[in-house]
Design a protein around this ligand. Structure first.
Ligand SMILES: NC(=O)c1ccc[n+]([C@@H]2O[C@H](COP(=O)([O-])OP(=O)(O)OC[C@H]3O[C@@H](n4cnc5c(N)ncnc54)[C@H](O)[C@@H]3O)[C@@H](O)[C@H]2O)c1
Length: 267
């Protein structure tokens, strides 16, 4: 049951791959809350076909776009405005991929060409999305742009490898571009730093299962599930958070402020 928090708003959701994806849950909640949306993912990801089920369920169009391609992004914004009937109120960037991790290259021996690709997909694409929306004058005033991050941007999680730098860059774009979008368009830009979550991208991290359990015990409220993350995204797209901008917001059951939790000690 929705509360009409996004009634009449138009949004673009990047990154729904399958029903475990955080973006999948966000898309469902946004429509429940009264928004109309378009769905987008990389052409290669669309071949899996899972997203068609979501599109059907939500009566939403899928517009393929490689988030590193300015041409694809321009088409995505133009087509979304046509289909939804006006400018865009919110965007979710829910994209992450590490080439070095995928190819099992250790952090101390990174392949730098692959690293550039990782940064382009996982972080620079966020800048490209905002730059394209601004260039096309595609954002409505008091709109909201959101990306998903992880605490490895601030603290060391060795197995998160080059994605730590990708997330640090992503969060920096939220601040730097947040200044420009705020000043020019009254649009806010934030990142949500989410708990470990069982998804395709999440389980691609080495030792994810053990780490998931560790974070679960360390966090006073336990790991924040994907559904709760979707709820939080809805609040940040809604008019109830209009002055929250340029922030990295932890959605992690308290993990980020813990030092030690006795629950983790085998006493
Ligand atoms: N799962 C976790 O533990 C966790 C924790 C914190 C933050 N996050 C972040 O949440 C976001 C969503 O990840 P998820 O966990 O839902 O996993 P996911 O694998 O379901 O989503 C990642 C998405 O990125 C898309 N993508 C990859 N390359 C792309 C490209 N070139 N163009 C467009 N899209 C592309 C994939 O197709 C996929 O849909 C990511 O930014 C991830 O880093 C995840």
């Amino acid at each position: 049951m929705g509360h009409n928090l996004l009634k009449g708003k138009r949004g673009i959701i990047f990154g729904a791959l399958d029903e475990n994806s955080i973006a999948w849950k966000v898309a469902v909640k946004c429509v429940e809350e009264g928004a109309s949306i378009t769905l987008t993912n990389a052409p290669a990801a669309l071949r899996f076909g899972e997203i068609n089920k979501l599109a059907e369920q939500l009566n939403a169009e899928i517009i393929p776009a490689d988030a590193t391609s300015l041409q694809d992004l321009e088409h995505l914004f133009v087509r979304s405005m046509e289909l939804l009937g006006g400018k865009i109120d919110f965007v979710l960037h829910s994209i992450g991929m590490s080439v070095n991790m995928r190819k099992k290259k250790h952090y101390t021996e990174l392949n730098y060409e692959w690293m550039m690709k990782t940064l382009d997909i996982s972080a620079i694409s966020f800048h490209k999305v905002m730059a394209t929306g601004l260039k096309l004058d595609a954002f409505n005033e008091w709109g909201s742009v959101l990306a998903l991050s992880y605490i490895a941007a601030q603290r060391v999680f060795p197995d998160y490898s080059e994605m730590a730098e990708a997330k640090a860059l992503l969060e920096s774009y939220a601040r730097s571009f947040g200044y420009h979008l705020g000043t020019l368009k009254k649009v806010r830009v934030n990142t949500i730093s989410q708990s470990p979550t069982m998804t395709t991208a999440g389980s691609g991290v080495k030792g994810f299962d053990a780490f998931y359990k560790y974070a679960e015990k360390m966090s006073p409220l336990g790991n924040a599930p994907a559904d709760a993350c979707a709820d939080y995204c809805v609040t940040l797209f809604s008019d109830l958070t209009r002055y929250v901008t340029m922030q990295n917001l932890f959605h992690d059951g308290g993990f980020s402020n813990m030092g030690m939790n006795p629950a983790l000690l085998d006493l």
